[in-house]
Design a protein around this ligand. Structure first.
Ligand code: HEM
Length: 420
């Protein structure tokens, strides 16, 4: 298995269950001094640490950081024990990176590659969160169960149906395991995915990844709502992180939901949505506002004075609906979708230019968490796909659905409730 495997073993030995439990207080913060020997030299950056441990995985209701690296992996081994090893090692590495510490302990042997790749040395923890999810293909392939997981695939982890306005690229969609790395420093997010990829060599392969910037959805109850690349405030009517009752009802898998291993977890749907920005930029301000159903400058619902004014879908002026029948916020509204609510956590992206048309390849990397996609994302996207005025300006190019298991206690590993 070569040097990589060997150093992974050494790494496990030095940072295994006992080491991790000793290093971490119950809250998951560093108990023994401020991130000593860490990526951060002589800076107490503990206020930039988001605890990795807890009942839920971090990175779901955590206030949205500025940067994203999302990655989907395919598991190349068919050995259940190796899958468990991988998840243990990924958990240990993520715990360390969330604290701003280097991955592994062999970082100064001159005749061996270092465990940590090194580019984040000197960076702060930058509120890094690493959130893991399991795709349908982890559970079964070609009708056969994988990893002894027969009967374990959750019913809400459906194969998403096709929607209008899909132009999906299968090579950039789906995957066995998803990793969402968010941080306030793009280098820190990149470093996390890179090091997990490296640790996983021989057990997983990177399938696709997406960088994101300029969070497009706030989940924080205070502060300014950020704007997406269409110039509109995005996240005004999002679920907020302090709305415990809605989170319980719409985001977290409940204490009597099946399967039991998903309780306190959540399901994520991701969509890379290309915006046809050149077309959008040629449309009039009025067209844009009618398309979204809100005022561009203030973010207020059409006909209302303020961003946070209640959306009144029944309002009429001179007999006509103020918010058009095909406006995005009408079709996405919970009242139109059997009370479907999503926790949106998306980012803007650009991948340079589309060489065929010489146009910007940019848009929204949509991320939404929910308790059950069958009553969350699916009905909303069915309506949007069929009639949303936005469809003229967007194309969905990537899709993914993943079951994000509950959080991890010190010494445990991500996916333990599924695999143990
Ligand atoms: C590029 C694609 C998209 C753009 C530019 C976009 C933009 C917006 C904007 C500007 C708002 C109003 C502000 C707010 O309340 O957050 C909004 C609301 C919303 N969007 Fe989107 N969105 C996109 C795709 C989607 C998708 C794919 C879904 C779900 C399937 C979705 C679900 C929602 C929901 C649930 C709301 C809140 C509606 C309400 O309760 O008022 N959006 N979106």
């Amino acid at each position: 298995l070569g040097k990589t495997r060997l150093s992974r073993r050494r790494f496990l030995g030095s940072t295994g269950a006992l080491g991790a439990a000793a290093a971490l207080g119950a809250s998951g913060t560093v108990a023994n001094g401020p991130i000593a020997k860490s990526l951060v030299d002589a800076v107490d950056a503990s206020d930039q640490v988001v605890p990795f441990h807890g009942r839920h995985q971090a990175g779901i209701v955590t206030p949205v950081q500025d940067r994203l690296m999302y990655a989907a992996f395919d598991v190349t081994t068919e050995d259940r024990g190796e899958l468990i090893d991988l998840l243990r090692e990924w958990t240990r590495a993520s715990e360390r990176m969330a604290q701003g510490r280097e991955v592994g302990s062999d970082n100064s042997d001159p005749v061996a590659p270092t465990d940590d790749t090194g580019e984040a040395v000197g960076s702060t923890p930058a509120h890094l969160t690493v959130t893991f999810g399991f795709g349908p293909s982890l559970f079964e392939a070609n009708g056969e169960a994988r990893f002894g997981l027969a009967g374990k695939r959750p019913a809400p982890l459906i194969d998403l149906p096709e929607f209008n306005s899909d132009v999906l690229d299968p090579s950039r969609s789906n995957g066995d395991i998803s990793v969402q790395a968010c941080a306030n420093d793009p280098l820190v997010a990149f470093h996390a995915v890179r090091n997990l990829t490296r640790i996983g060599r021989g057990a997983v392969e990177l399938r696709w990844s997406q960088l994101g910037f300029g969070r497009t959805s706030t989940t924080s109850p205070t502060g300014q709502t950020p704007r997406n690349l269409m110039g509109f405030k995005d996240g005004t009517n999002n679920i907020k992180s302090d709305d415990a009752a809605v989170l319980r009802e719409k985001v977290w898998v409940g204490s009597s939901d099946d399967p039991g291993w998903m309780r306190n977890g959540s399901y994520v749907v991701v969509r890379r949505i290309r915006m046809l920005l050149e077309v959008w930029d040629r449309s009039s301000l009025e067209d844009q506002e009618q398309t979204i159903g809100r005022t561009k400058a203030s973010g207020a619902p059409l006909g209302e004075p303020r961003e946070h004014s209640t959306v009144n879908l029944g309002a009429r002026k001179a007999g006509d609906l103020v918010i058009p029948t095909d406006a995005h916020i009408r079709l996405a509204a919970p009242s139109e979708n059997n009370d479907a609510k999503l926790l949106r956590r998306g980012y803007s992206f650009t991948d340079g230019i589309d060489p065929v048309r010489n146009q910007l390849d940019a848009g929204l990397f949509f991320i939404a968490y929910q308790r059950d996609p069958r009553t969350g994302f699916v009905p909303v996207q069915q309506r949007l796909g069929a009639s949303d005025a936005l469809n003229e300006y967007i194309r969905h190019t990537t899709t993914g659905i993943f079951a994000c298991p509950p959080g991890v206690e010190p010494g445990g590993y991500v996916g333990e409730t599924l695999l143990t």
